[in-house]
Design a protein around this ligand. Sequence first.
Ligand SMILES: Nc1nc2c(c(=O)[nH]1)N[C@@H](CN(C=O)c1ccc(C(=O)N[C@@H](CCC(=O)O)C(=O)O)cc1)CN2
Length: 291
Amino acid sequence: MTATLINGNALSKIIRADVAARAAALAQQGCRPGLAVLLVGDDPASAVYVRNKIKACEEHGLHSSCDRYPADLSEAELLARIDALNRDPAIHGILVQLPLPAHINSHKVIEAIAAAKDVDGFHIANAGALLTGRPSFRPCTPYGVMMMLQAAKIPLSGASAVVIGRSNIVGKPMALLLLEAGATVTICHSKTRDLASYTRAADIVVAAAGQRNVLRADMVKPGATVIDVGMNRDETGKLCGDVDFESVKEVAGHITPVPGGVGPMTITMLLVNTLTAAEQAYAQRLPSHIA
Ligand SMILES: Nc1nc2c(c(=O)[nH]1)N[C@@H](CN(C=O)c1ccc(C(=O)N[C@@H](CCC(=O)O)C(=O)O)cc1)CN2
């Protein structure tokens, strides 16, 4: 039996329609949600993601700005720009596209963003809020995964979940969100011995290792839910995830594709977080509510 596909494009469409309606309602009150995106360097994949983020803002009634900088931009210049955006009342969300060039300290840059405008959910205050069970801005990719699991009605409470990957932007927050939903969570990573012994026992596997074919059919429990966060290229240059999709779909109960799975949901949840930031600023009548 072939697994049921969890379609990120279709779910995004539904959520984005709601974002557009909420953004229009807020704009009627004189507050247009605004996102500032900062891109440093010339990584082609980052350029595509940033372009898609700006396009998504335009299509759903959010104001956006995009600063593109050369790879040799100094850390001080980037910090100065963030400082200006923190004080810009038309900007409710600030996003620095990752990865940054090696000479820039990404932790320092993320901590420089005002926590109330950190729509990526990477700031230490937002990461700490998630850790202590009081999430504010949830990181967009894991947040998107949670929405996909919810939409597909996958039971989470009491489920056994394995997250492959321990990055700050996906693996760790993903594990915390699953834990918050009542799953029993194991984080596996490059040093894990006998990965298959963990994945074979899991009801849900989230693959976020950044490595092709990290999950194959013989590593999956029949009927399990498999979420692919990977974004890789095969030898022909075709986009593929971390999961051997063709074989795993014959074993899993539900599966996400690449492309068209988690990727579009990452951008959708960025819109949701930006809108939420604007609504909160407006409700609190912080200076940033001014359109
Ligand atoms: N500041 C951030 N940087 C990065 C993040 C992030 O959430 N915040 N995540 C990733 C990249 N990413 C968002 O920036 C991202 C990756 C993939 C997609 C996407 O829509 N993928 C499409 C395929 C796109 C293509 O053709 O190449 C899909 O899966 O269908 C969106 C966002 C690292 N950096």
